[in-house]
Design a binder for this molecule. Sequence first.
Ligand SMILES: Nc1ncnc2c1ncn2[C@@H]1O[C@H](COP(=O)(O)OP(=O)(O)O)[C@@H](O)[C@H]1O
Ligand SMILES: CC(=O)N[C@@H](CCC(=O)OP(=O)(O)O)C(=O)O
Length: 317
Amino acid sequence: MSTTRKHTALPKAQILIEALPWLTRHNGRTVVIKFGGNAMIDEDLKAAFAQDVVFLRHAGLHVVVVHGGGPQISAALDRHGIVSEFKAGLRVTTEDAMDVVRMVLAGQVQRELVGLLNQHGPLAVGLTGEDAHTITATKHQPEIDGELVDIGRVGEITAIDTGAIEALLADGRIPVVSSIARSQDDGHVYNVNADTAAAALAAALGAETLMVLTDVEGLYEDWPDSDEVISRLTASQLEKLLPELSSGMVPKMEGCLHAVRNGVNTARVIDGRVQHSILLEIFTDEGIGTMVVPDEKPHAQPHAEPSGQPGAQGEPS
Ligand SMILES: Nc1ncnc2c1ncn2[C@@H]1O[C@H](COP(=O)(O)OP(=O)(O)O)[C@@H](O)[C@H]1O
Ligand SMILES: CC(=O)N[C@@H](CCC(=O)OP(=O)(O)O)C(=O)O
């Protein structure tokens, strides 16, 4: 009886031991996790996401959540009879649409995630980029076909103040950030893409890792013709690929590039439709998704290293 119990316990212990190098390296370090609106498919997935985040927090990491809400905003705009259109991967945001964007992100999606996280204790505190000047922006005018295009109240980040987030982290909390920013120039509130906001926060916080949860397995090599996932890319390789990317992958991969070029050790795009994708990415050798590393870390290991070899080949993953 006791022998059988020992055997069945072994694989579970092995999984925990595989995670040891990752946990050791990340202890006391910051991880920014972006939860995309498209990955918030059902209640079970959202609950599993909250469990993973709380697990990391209790394992000694400083976790910052930045959430999206694209599909939720589109549905609400629809209900308000406001037509929604994207240009260069960004939502054209009229003044009326901005009210809805702010209501959905700060009043609905953020509240729901804070509620789910706080089922595990008094941990999560929600804020938007407006709070304590966390994210300051100016009007963004993308260049499309050689011309500057007006896409309304869409913000380009000009400054990050990490003070409020750092105070919350020092107090053991989990900040949950909505990607809305105020301009100090014109006083308007702007809609910022959540991938861009997550990457800027990861860089400003000096995070160890940026994790982006979305509704695909990772970055596909020949999307939409093939579903071959690129498992690892250096910053320079990604930079060359950027002009070929389209739609939602543009701000995501631009964000990953910005993060690793500004001090973040790894940026990962993972499949948020898989339950416990965060823990699977960290705690198993298999890992999932696409990992971007700085150019000077080309040999970084994709996922958890076998126990006893932290940072195999001397390279942190
Ligand atoms: N090369 C690519 N690899 C994977 N997905 C891609 C690629 N190019 C474009 N996409 C699209 O990007 C989408 C993810 O971005 P987005 O819709 O903004 O999600 P999220 O809400 O998670 O931010 C995918 O569902 C896919 O349709
Ligand atoms: C300017 C812009 O496009 N903002 C996004 C903000 C939400 C977001 O980025 O949500 P996902 O991460 O789920 O795509 C939007 O309005 O949809």
